[in-house]
Design a protein. Structure first.
Length: 291
């Protein structure tokens, strides 16, 4: 008999309760305040729209030195019938060690029986298997630093949305970009445009985090990869991540008429050596006013 989404979501809530009992201290287990209630509302009325996918973070102490490792968890609606999306990160790991750790974690989870709850298993695996990566990272720190210096690559993503209005969404975008050391901007209004630049894995993590199920009209229009000898900071077009707003046209009381001044946006792009992106985003060549 086929397992339903409702049955999967019920199991996900049971696992959350178990994890909360395992990590009761403040800051150990983090999830959005409305995440569980939205699933509970759906379970009471399964004919409504699906709730957002359950997403949370678990802070772990690894080894005697209690090195901080964060396990990020995103659960598809059909988990545990399908595998969860897991990502372990730590400031103590170089990016290569971090990628290797997550590759091993993904391989371990895929070896488990489908249909079984496995986040607790993933937590224990990270605790048991992160220490060798930390030790290798320390032993090879000098060599790794030289390698990063030689092969540094900047990744830049240009993301288009039909609109960006909500304050909580803008805050999530800003907080996520800053946490991942990404520079760029978020253009508020209609249309909405986001640019992030930094390490590739950080840009891809940003894209994963903001693309939650309710955001339907969003796409990555263009990606740039630039490699050079030296720090990627020398390649950045933006020095910080900012919430970008220009003079709006239309009635402020009507969200659908809240259009941004694209002429000002084009001028902003040209000031940051990115005027060519206007046509990629909007399909037309940008022209500045003579005024």
């Amino acid at each position: 008999m086929a397992v339903t989404v409702k049955e999967c979501l019920e199991l996900q809530l049971l696992e959350v309760e178990m994890l909360l009992s395992m990590f009761p201290k403040r800051g150990e287990f983090s999830l959005d305040a409305d995440a569980v209630p939205s699933i509970q509302r759906y379970l009471r009325n399964a004919e409504g729209a699906l709730p957002p996918q359950l997403e949370y973070r678990i802070a772990l102490d690894v080894g005697e030195a209690k090195v901080k490792v964060e396990l990020q968890v995103l659960l598809p609606h059909m988990y545990p019938q399908v595998a969860p999306q897991l990502f372990a990160r730590s400031d103590a790991l170089h990016r290569q060690q971090q990628l290797q750790l997550n590759s091993r974690l993904k391989s371990h989870i895929s070896s488990l029986d489908p249909g079984d709850l496995c986040v607790c298993e993933a937590v224990q695996w990270v605790k048991d298997n992160t220490l060798p990566f930390l030790e290798n990272c320390q032993a090879s720190s000098e060599c790794a630093s030289k390698e990063v210096w030689v092969k540094e690559m900047l990744h830049r993503m240009w993301i288009y949305s039909h609109h960006i209005y909500r304050q909580e969404l803008r805050k999530k975008i800003l907080d996520c970009a800053k946490k991942l050391n990404l520079t760029g901007f978020c253009l508020t209004g209609k249309p909405g445009v986001i640019c992030v630049e930094g390490l590739q894995e950080n840009c891809e993590e940003f894209w994963r985090v903001i693309r939650y199920p309710n955001w339907k009209h969003i796409s990555c229009k263009h990606v740039e990869n630039i490699e050079m000898e030296g720090s990627i900071d020398n390649l950045r077009l933006f020095h910080s991540f900012e919430d970008l707003q220009f003079q709006a046209h239309g009635d402020y009381g009507l969200r659908n008429d809240y259009h941004m001044d694209l002429g000002q946006f084009l001028e902003f792009l040209k000031q940051h050596q990115s005027g060519h992106i206007f046509q990629i985003l909007f399909g037309v060549e940008g022209k500045l006013s003579d005024n």
